[in-house]
Design a protein around this ligand. Structure first.
Ligand code: SF4
Length: 184
């Protein structure tokens, strides 16, 4: 569901989240294989560094280039950023019914089933929707949503700059993220 927000301030957003209601049921639906790509989790270089350092896990163990690629007319293939690897369709961090990096989980997981897109609040299907949420929890979620939006906008702008400086390559794929270009 998409709805336009009259104001973007944190208090109004928190109040709207309270009206909608949400409490995570720990069902794991957003971590496990679904009907489409709904459990694909994009991660920025900053998030990769945080997860790796605080959870003692090397990036190559859990990160891969974002699966959708774009091919330019000169043959250069690029993709935008990184995603958490999935094993048999499930997030590689989802084991024994829980997230192995829960305290450091990426923004997407931290704010699911909500997302801010410009002035709009997006709400995705989730069994936890409609459950009561306390004022402080709603405020914390509103803060996380605003921080996620700011981080995504900053990353998007840096990616646009990196794309404008791209040089063609004959083979392989270029992963463009907010910190530059990696050939894979
Ligand atoms: S990182 Fe954790 S919360 Fe996010 S999809 Fe994977 S298991 Fe679920």
């Amino acid at each position: 569901m998409r709805e336009h927000l009259a104001t973007k301030d944190e208090e109004s957003l928190a109040a709207r989240l309270q009206e909608i209601g949400f409490s995570c049921t720990r069902c794991g639906e957003c971590c496990r294989q679904g009907a489409g790509d709904d459990n694909l989790v994009m991660v920025s270089p900053a998030e990769i560094r945080r997860i790796s350092s605080l959870c003692q896990v090397r990036p190559e163990e859990y990160v891969e280039p974002y699966p959708e690629r774009v091919k330019f007319s000169d043959g250069t293939e690029i993709t935008f950023g990184w995603a958490i690897r999935r094993v048999a369709g499930d997030c590689t961090f989802y084991r024994d019914g829980s997230c192995q990096v829960y305290a450091e989980r990426p923004w997407i997981c931290r704010t699911y089933p909500f997302m801010l897109d410009g002035e709009d609040l997006l709400t995705f299907p989730c069994p936890g929707l409609g459950s009561p949420i306390g004022k402080e929890e709603a405020r914390a979620l509103a803060r996380d949503l605003r921080s996620r939006q700011a981080a995504e906008e900053e990353e998007g702008e840096k990616i646009r700059q990196a794309i404008s400086a791209l040089r063609p390559v004959d083979e392989g794929c270029l992963v463009v993220d907010g910190e530059g270009v990696t050939r894979v």
